[in-house]
Design a protein around this ligand. Sequence first.
Ligand code: FES
Length: 141
Amino acid sequence: MRFVVGAAADLPPGSSTIVYPDRVKSGIGVFNVDGEYYALKNTCPHMGGPLCKGTVRGTSEAEVKPEGQPEVRWVRSGEIISCPWHHWEFEIKTGRTVFTSRQKVRGYPVSVVPADVLQRLKEGVETVPVSVEDATIVIDI
Ligand code: FES
């Protein structure tokens, strides 16, 4: 089933939204990371928190310099979502934790289709009110 998220113009790089299809009551977060769209279930695999209501940010990465000095750097700005409950960090692009684990957020395929396709998609799909401009974001759920 395809779900129409809205106009691509309404979700510029660095922004996100949460949509609530009937099939996914907890919602699905849709993110624009540098012009690419990603969709993650709004349920944290840790303890079920509303992950996509968290903060989109980067993460810190530690490195030991050749001289033996540790250095912590801020990396991957705009690519990480931090859960609002216990602040676990997940890669928006993959749904994986930034630390080693088997935990992964469910993702959904995202398509960006020409706006005139929206009319054809409307029959048989759920929709939310959108202001359609050049293109429309659609997720497969
Ligand atoms: S529920 Fe998300 S980090 Fe615990």
